[in-house]
Design a protein. Structure first.
Length: 94
């Protein structure tokens, strides 16, 4: 099991196996941002993951894996800015 306690904003890349040659997915979490995740758990082996605290380093790895990079830092952008009403999932409803 992979358990990540996020004390700072973190970008996580999940690979298909411990060799880390094939991209499967990525996850973003940390104490900043709308979700304010501080703990993420996965049933897979922790060897299938790499963590980054720098968007530039994270994007460099995505690029080397031939995966589209993230253009905007999600920790600096709020999708609810300017909303007058937000639903339980954190989305604008107006």
């Amino acid at each position: 099991m992979a358990n990540f306690e996020l004390t700072e904003n973190t970008y996580i890349i999940k690979y298909t196996n411990d060799e880390k040659t094939t991209f499967e997915n990525y996850y973003i979490g940390g104490p900043s941002g709308e979700g304010k995740l501080s703990d993420i758990q996965f049933p897979e082996n922790s060897g299938q993951f790499t963590t980054y605290t720098s968007l530039a380093d994270f994007n460099a790895e995505l690029g080397s894996l031939k995966v589209t990079q993230i253009a905007t830092d999600p920790f600096l952008y709020s999708s609810t800015k300017g909303c007058t009403s937000i639903n339980d999932e954190g989305f604008c409803v107006d």
